[in-house]
Design a protein around this ligand. Structure first.
Ligand code: PLP
Length: 429
């Protein structure tokens, strides 16, 4: 038994399923999860001392690579001043200004401690502002685990085959309407049925919790038009795509302006941080200026703000996103070339620093949740473990996007593609 396996057995005694977040349990790929001891640059190191090239990046935040020296130094210095004050700090003002500078649709922003809190609060705000109860989301999109958003959700909910969770009263769930991603007709049909009851559309601008599905041409613009027509707010959930797909997120990449944006992951530099922001008239509806209540003991925590700001500052270097995009493209296209070489049907998607690969014979671009669910999961599981044996750590579920970091250098990319070549060859055998 490896040390990771022993720790997993021990963990299961005291932690449900041995993990503090479900996808970590490896249910999507079988086997026992790696327990991680440390991480540096592009690598994570497990409890057995083995190192892996990491394409999970703590599920997105570690865009500069692990244990980045600038972030580490800034955090060490901040710790000297105390861990939390529960009172305003200059750091929070600097953070708000930085977010507004990087994401032009945001005029005011409120910091929270997770992506879940960001989306939950944005939904409450949209409902309060419009005085409407219903929300519209897309099947296969994940926006955290607030009650109203765990209806036909993606990510771990999908991996476990429970996209709608028990524990959410039907009386709550009935206000969440679900449409088909990349299908404007499905959205129009729902609005036709409830023209004056929908407070907002919330969406992932690149769906990253059902693998990696970019929006088809006209989809985001179409949603903007529908929101304007029916007086609903458009909430773009950039918890995953924010500061990853481009400096100004997916909304900058695709040139669409939401009313509200939710952020998480990259904005915290690896610390627990989320944020929601947008139109000033809408944000003014939040307490203490407005009637919609929202609060947090650790919101805007100084250590978390320090880590996030150090990361955001580094992300503003010219040329960084071009380089990240090129690296990610190389991995996605390299996987495809290796699969083709060995006669394994594979499709790939890639936007900025995120990518997805699909074991499918479908030769059309993969743009829908239905196509994802029809992929060959046995191939995925087998490939996953072959790559792990070769020292490459991918997301342990076919419903999650992969992430590159700036610390993935030529050597790591090359090693990964050599591993992929071997893995596809073994899969064919
Ligand atoms: N929104 C999106 C698009 C996400 O990918 C996630 C998490 O993966 C969340 C919201 C929830 O964020 P958190 O896990 O920080 O609560």
């Amino acid at each position: 038994m490896t040390r990771s396996e022993a720790l997993f057995e021990q963990a299961k005694q005291t932690i449900p399923g041995g993990v503090n977040s479900p996808v970590r349990a490896f249910n999507g790929v079988g086997g026992s999860p790696l327990f991680i001891e440390k991480a540096d640059g592009a690598y994570i190191y497990d409890a057995d001392g083995k190192k892996y090239i990491d394409y999970v990046g703590s599920w997105g935040p570690m865009i500069l690579g692990h244990n980045n020296p600038q972030i580490r130094q800034a955090v060490l210095e901040a710790v000297e001043n105390g861990l939390s004050f529960g009172a305003p700090t200059e750091l929070e003002v600097t953070m708000a200004e930085k977010v507004i500078e990087m994401v032009p649709s945001i005029e005011q922003v409120r910091m929270v401690s997770s992506g879940t809190e960001a989306t939950m609060s944005a939904i409450r705000l949209a409902r309060g502002f419009t005085n409407r109860d219903k929300i519209l989301k897309f099947e296969g999109c994940y926006h955290g685990h607030a009650d109203c958003l765990l209806v036909k959700a993606g990510s771990g909910a999908l991996t476990l085959g429970q996209p709608s969770s028990p524990g959410i009263p039907e009386d709550f769930a009935k206000h969440t309407l679900t449409a088909v991603y990349n299908d404007l007709d499905s959205v129009r049909a729902i609005f036709a049925e409830h023209p004056e009851a929908i407070s907002c559309i919330i969406l992932e601008p690149v769906a990253g919790n059902m693998n990696c599905i970019p929006p088809v041409e006209g989809f985001l613009e179409g949603l903007r038009t529908i929101c304007d027509e029916f007086g609903a707010l458009m909430i773009i959930d950039e918890v995953m795509t924010g500061f990853r797909v481009s400096k100004s997120g997916a909304q900058g990449h695709y040139n669409v302006k939401p009313d509200l944006t939710t952020l998480g992951k990259v904005i915290g530099g690896g610390m627990p941080v989320g944020a929601f922001g947008g139109r000033k008239d809408v944000m003014q509806f939040i307490a203490p200026t407005g009637p919609v209540y929202q609060a947090g003991t650790l919101s805007g925590n100084p250590i978390a703000m320090t880590a996030g700001l150090a990361q955001m500052d580094a992300l503003c270097q010219p040329g960084l996103y071009e380089e990240l995009n090129a690296k990610t493209k190389r991995i996605a296209e390299g996987f495809k070339a290796a699969a083709d070489k060995h006669g394994i049907p594979l499709s790939i998607n890639q936007v900025g620093g995120m990518f997805g690969f699909f074991f499918t014979e479908d030769t059309n671009p993969i743009t829908s949740f239905d196509q994802v669910t029809q992929c060959n999961m046995d191939h995925f599981r087998h490939f996953y473990h072959l790559m792990l044996d070769e020292g490459v750590y991918l997301a342990p579920s076919a419903y999650e996007a992969g992430f590159l970091s700036m610390a993935h250098g030529e050597e790591e990319l090359e090693l990964t593609l050599v591993a992929a070549d071997k893995a596809f060859a073994a899969l064919k055998a």
